[in-house]
Design a protein around this ligand. Sequence first.
Ligand SMILES: *Cc1c(COP(=O)(O)O)cnc(C)c1O
Length: 368
Amino acid sequence: MSKVVQQAPEYIRSISPYIPGKPISELAREMGLREQDIVKLASNENPLGASPKALEAAQRAISEIHRYPDGNGFELRAALVKKFGVAPEQIVLGNGSNDLLNLCAAAYLNHETSAVFSQHAFAVYPLAVKSAGAHGIEVPAREFGHDLPAMLAAIRPDTRIVFIANPNNPTGNFLPAVEIEAFLDAAPDDVLVVLDEAYNEYLEPEQRYDSVAWLEKYPNLVITRTFSKIYGLGGLRVGYGLARAELADLLNRVREPFNVNNVALAAAAAALGDEAFVARSYAVNRDGMAQIIAGLKALGLEYIPSSGNFLTFRVGDAATINRKLLEQGVIVRPIASYQMPEWLRVTIGLPAENERFLGALAKALGRA
Ligand SMILES: *Cc1c(COP(=O)(O)O)cnc(C)c1O
C-alpha cells in the first residue's frame, strides 16, 4: 500500500464499497450476449422507463448544458411546493436522495458521534456514517424489518442520527404510520430522524400516510424521496429532502452549490406533474408483483412480502442460482452483503420480463 493511501484514516480504508446491480453492457460483454436479450431486474428501476413528459423536458434542457444549473432549483422547488404544500425553504434538493443521506451525515456526524440504523437496511446508511468517521449502531432486525422499539433503545448520548427506511430496501418491509409516529414521539428531539421514503409512491392506498404533515410536529424529522424509482430517472440522479426550514437551511449549507444538474432539474419537475405516468407505473408494479409472487409460490420459494417495486426471496445457495440466472441473461441482485446470503432480490418488471425471470429461475433451480 502506498504511503499516501496509508495516510487515509482507518475508518475510510475499512469501508466496504457499495455493490451496484450489474450493468446490462457488462453482462453482454462477459457472456457474449446481445444487450437486447438481457433482462435487468436488479436496481429497482421503473420498467416503463421515464415519463414522456420528463424525456421531453430533458431534451429541451440539453441545449443549456454549457450553463451551470440553477443552484436553487427554482422550477423543481416550485413544483414540490405545489405538490406538498410546504414552503420553498423546507426543501433540500439532492443529486439522488443518496446525496441527502450524505448531507445529513456531513451536517451531524464526526468521530465523536454515532448513528443508528437497522440490520438489512439500505447499504448507504453505514456508508454515510463511516465516511463521516462516526460509529454505526446496527440494530438487529425483526422479521427482516426495522425493530423501532429496539432502535429507540439503541440511541446513546452520542447518537445524532437515526435512519429509517419505509419501505425498506432490500427487504420491502413496511412500517405502519402509527409505529413511526410512536417512535418520533419517544425519540429525543435533539436526534435527527431521517425517514427514507424512496418507495413511498408504491404504497397501497390503505398503507399511505401523510408524513409531510409530521414536519409541523417534529423539528428533528427529515423526509427523503427520490426521482430514481417510480419516476424512472435513476440515471439523472435527483432526489429531495423535506424538513422544517431551519433544518433544511442547515443541510443546504453543506450541499454542493450545483449538486443537481440542469437536465435532472427540468426532467424531475416535469415528472412530478405527470400523474398519469405515476399511476400507470403503480399499476404495472402491482400486477407484476402478483405475477412474480404466484411464480415463486409455484416454485415453493419463501419470500418477504414487499411494499416496494421489488421482492426478496430465498433460494439457498444464492450465489450459484445468481450465476445460473446471469448465464441466461437475467440480472437480479444478490444480497449477501446485507447479511442475506441465501436470498436474491428481484425488481418487478414488465409482464414479459417477469415471465423471463421466472422461467430462468425454474431452470436455475433444476425445475424447468
Ligand atoms: C434507491 C434508494 C434510495 C436512493 O436512490 P437515489 O437514486 O440516490 O435517489 C434511497 N433509499 C433507498 C432505501 C433506496 O432503495
